[in-house]
Design a protein around this ligand. Structure first.
Ligand SMILES: NC(=O)C1=CN([C@@H]2O[C@H](COP(=O)(O)OP(=O)(O)OC[C@H]3O[C@@H](n4cnc5c(N)ncnc54)[C@H](OP(=O)(O)O)[C@@H]3O)[C@@H](O)[C@H]2O)[C@@H](O)CC1
Ligand SMILES: Nc1ncnc2c1ncn2[C@@H]1O[C@H](COP(=O)(O)OP(=O)(O)O)[C@@H](O)[C@H]1O
Ligand SMILES: [K+]
Length: 494
């Protein structure tokens, strides 16, 4: 089992292409399925102990993985049962089914077990599951493992059509999941759109999802990600590369003996009408490790290490400024507009956040000749780039190209995109981040990284990582001030 930090993220089509490349070199689908099923079986065996395992198999290769896992688990001495939705459709799944010598129960009538393994649907799911009826038997079968007919009903047994509610695929999955102590999904919880991150049908929430060969967008994008539980990658010997990767901890240099405040990076934050927001950004930058932070505006108060200076073109013209944050608490009045204009013409690398994003259009951003990082939340993103049904990765990528800027598309599934097509996606963000001011903290943290000289994508990634890690350290009900302070611990842990 591999931790997914830093791993490539592949769409369903990219994963199929990666598999096809291996198959073209002479490796059969059956071999890949055997590797997948065997790896799944070993994980399940470790977690299940002596408890009974119920594997739910679908018609495609995801189901095929399930049959292989069942066979291997049985060979290892585990107590394992299999329940199928319908008979296997693909050649590899048929061959995997043939390798399972035990009974195959119907999904409709399978009794619960303490451990369930969902191998119903993986990357092949193309439509919602809710309306799909599960075949049921009109009498209790002595051996429900009878061959399933082409309609998906067991041959030789009279089948009744499914009734509503629990007798849908989703209903059965929820019923069996609710009764289980441990829920494990093969590749993806059944019901999720692999690339969109949408729940085509709402699956139960799993404890563990075993990604096969590569991480997929649905493992990270909301709402799909929250059904996956912990995600671990299983290697099936398919080489993968992608411009999209899971965010990993940054490598940041600590100050050396020759360091001084300016070598560690000088950040300027422009204040506006709501000084609390720019204060948070400034504090965050200091706690993320900036050497010198100056706040330009009419503000007052601690910390004493923060250099508060009235806003002026002269203050902005300081060559030592390595990066400039504009937007937190800026407002949208005349003063805000003139400060934004001064920032855009200052020649300093820019982090553009909050209100500043509402005062700009993509063409103006693209025309800037300095490195730019944009940090919109969903509302700001829609206002700047328009609404769209495209997935979050595509939207972030297109926005980065359109503006020639690094775009940090925030949310519970923050997507960071560079104009060259590289994408990084954060995993496991604390939902407690949904509190006022945490975006200002992020802008400051990214500002500290850009001022220290990191390239814009690395700076954005490092800031998002530190921000997410600080939140994880704080647990519940923190406020943005706590988060800014906790950046210090996050920085220290690297
Ligand atoms: N390829 C490889 O080398 C390897 C692949 N591996 C594994 O294969 C998985 C992908 O397999 P897959 O492509 O067969 O898709 P899968 O998710 O099993 O479902 C497809 C089936 O579902 C059906 N179907 C779709 N939507 C439906 C709906 N709403 N309701 C009902 N049916 C629906 C669809 O029918 P159709 O749309 O054609 O009518 C088809 O029959 C992948 O996640 C991984 O686990 C590993 O073994 C490693 C090697
Ligand atoms: N439900 C959530 N789970 C995880 N992170 C979240 C969630 N909601 C918001 N965030 C994060 O919290 C921050 C909120 O930023 P933003 O909306 O700009 O807030 P503000 O403007 O109040 O500072 C972003 O970094 C975002 O990614
Ligand atoms: K599955």
């Amino acid at each position: 089992m591999i931790d997914i930090e830093g791993q490539p993220i592949l769409t369903a089509a990219e994963m199929r292409a990666a598999e096809d490349a291996v198959i073209a070199c002479g490796v059969s689908v059956e071999t890949l399925m055997n590797r997948a099923g065997t790896a799944i079986a070993h994980v399940v065996r470790r977690l299940a102990g002596v408890n009974e395992v119920l594997i739910l198999c679908g018609p495609g290769n995801n189901g095929g993985d399930g049959y292989v896992a069942a066979r291997v688990l049985a060979e290892m001495g585990a107590t394992v049962r299999v329940a199928a939705l319908s008979k296997p459709k693909t050649a590899a799944a048929k061959s995997a089914r043939a390798g399972w010598s035990g009974v195959v129960e119907t999904l409709a009538e399978a009794k619960p077990a303490p451990i369930i393994v969902d191998a119903l649907f993986g990357t092949g799911l193309t439509r919602p599951l809710d309306a799909e009826p599960v075949p049921t038997l009109s009498r209790s079968p002595a051996d429900a493992g009878a061959q399933l007919s082409s309609k998906g009903y067991p041959d030789g047994l009279l089948c009744a059509p499914a009734s509503a509610g629990e007798q849908t695929v989703v209903g059965r999955l929820h019923f069996l999941a609710n009764a289980a102590q441990l829920r494990i999904a093969v590749d993806l919880p059944s019901g999720l759109g692999t690339d969109s991150g949408q729940a085509l049908s709402k699956p139960p929430v799993f404890n563990l999802t075993l990604a096969l060969g590569a991480v997929k967008p649905a493992h990270l994008l909301q709402p799909a990600a929250r059904y996956c539980g912990h995600i671990r990658l299983l290697d099936i010997g398919v080489p993968t590369t992608s411009q999209a990767e899971v965010l990993k901890p940054p490598t940041l240099a600590n100050p050396g003996p020759d360091a001084h405040k300016y070598t560690r990076g000088m950040l300027a934050v422009i204040a506006g009408i709501m000084s609390g927001a720019s204060d948070l950004a400034a504090l965050a930058a200091m706690r993320a490790g900036a050497g010198y932070v100056t706040l330009l505006g009419d503000t007052a108060g601690p910390p004493h290490a923060l250099v508060r200076t009235p806003f002026s073109d002269h203050a902005l013209a300081n060559d030592r400024i390595g990066a400039l944050v504009i937007g937190p608490g800026l407002g949208r009045d005349g003063i805000a507009r003139s400060r934004l204009e001064a920032a855009l013409t200052s020649n300093h690398p820019l982090i553009i956040d909050g209100d500043a994003l509402r005062l700009l259009d993509p063409e103006r951003i693209k025309a800037l000749k300095v490195p730019v990082i944009l940090t919109p939340h969903a509302g700001e993103f829609d206002a700047l780039f328009g609404k769209s049904d495209a997935d979050k990765i595509t939207r972030a990528r297109e926005a980065a190209v359109l503006t020639n800027a690094v775009v940090v598309f925030k949310g519970a599934d923050t997507v960071i995109a560079a104009p060259d097509g590289r994408v990084r996606i954060a995993q496991g963000a604390s939902d407690w981040l949904s509190t006022a001011g945490t975006g200002d903290v992020l802008a400051g943290a990214i500002g500290a990284m850009l001022a220290a000289g990191l390239d814009p994508l690395d700076a954005a990634c490092a800031g998002v990582w530190l921000h997410g890690d600080a939140a994880r350290r704080l647990g519940p009900a923190f406020i943005a001030d706590d988060l800014a302070e906790a950046l210090r611990s996050a920085r220290g842990a690297l």
